[in-house]
Design a protein around this ligand. Structure first.
Ligand SMILES: Nc1ncnc2c1ncn2[C@@H]1O[C@H](COP(=O)(O)OP(=O)(O)OP(=O)(O)O)[C@@H](O)[C@H]1O
Length: 244
């Protein structure tokens, strides 16, 4: 679903992400971890051609689309519908005066989809009460907003979810819920997940493979269980030791 080779993202002269290889297959979960400013979000956004003002080079193939060569129209087709982006505070991206149900209906219509049943099923798949569709964005919690963003992705038939710190705004119980939802979707629907996180404890519960980034470079990568059990890079050891 995602194949990246020799990705380099520069803002001006500064190289902020240098990723030689990153693959995410169907039904797989890959995590990018690292401290703040290490280039995780930049890497994620570059996959959808969303790093405005940056110079991006290399090969990025997402759902069969060559992202760096594709016209904007082709990128718009995969954004949202096939590849969903779940950001840190999804509430900020929702129109405050629009009920969640109206918002979802509009998004579906834009992609030629629709139907109340699709909406209710998607909301139930992320363990939210369908009554939430009548609410306004400010009437829901951060955890509900993130689950709603995931529900929107499901309703649109997304095959890949790119999640930036998907549980950052949430307390521990809600975090576990959201991760549970992602894990189930992956098992039941074969969704591919790419997560960006600085939370190694979270990553260890869901990721198959992990990439560790520091100052824009990938310092270590491999199966999550191996990297976390026996990290080869001192920086990964530091991240692990910082765990509570
Ligand atoms: N639009 C931009 N213009 C210039 N520099 C940028 C821009 N966006 C990001 N950067 C720089 O790129 C570097 C990597 O940022 P990025 O957001 O990818 O890191 P991150 O690992 O995701 O951090 P965080 O965990 O805080 O989100 C940072 O030094 C940041 O200042």
């Amino acid at each position: 679903m995602i194949e990246v080779r020799d990705l380099q993202v520069r803002y001006g002269e500064r190289l902020v992400a240098d990723v030689p290889e990153l693959d995410v297959r169907e039904g797989e979960c890959v995590a990018i971890v690292g401290e703040s400013g290490s280039g995780k979000s930049t890497t994620l956004l570059s996959l959808l051609g969303l790093t405005e003002g940056a110079h991006v080079s290399g090969n990025i193939r997402v759902c069969g689309v060559e992202v760096l060569q594709a016209p904007e129209r082709r990128l718009r087709e995969i954004r949202g519908a096939r590849v969903a982006l779940v950001m840190q505070s999804p509430q900020a991206a929702l129109s405050p005066t629009t009920r969640l149900g109206t918002l979802m209906r509009r998004a579906l219509k834009l992609h030629g989809l629709g139907g109340d049943r699709v909406m209710v099923e998607a909301v139930e798949a992320v363990m939210l009460d369908p009554g939430i569709l009548r609410r306004y964005p400010h009437e829901i919690s951060g955890g509900q907003a993130q689950r709603f963003a995931i529900a929107l992705a499901i309703a649109l038939g997304a095959e890949v979810i790119l999640a930036d710190e998907p549980t950052s705004a949430l307390d521990v119980t809600v975090q576990a819920e959201v991760v549970g939802v992602l894990r189930r979707l992956r098992e039941e629907r074969g969704l591919a997940l790419l997560l960006v996180s600085h939370d190694l404890a979270l990553v260890s519960t869901i990721a198959d493979r992990v990439l560790v980034m520091k100052d824009g470079a990938v310092v270590e990568s491999g199966p999550a269980a191996e990297v976390l059990a026996a990290p080869s890079h001192p920086y990964t050891r530091e991240l692990l030791e910082a765990l509570p």
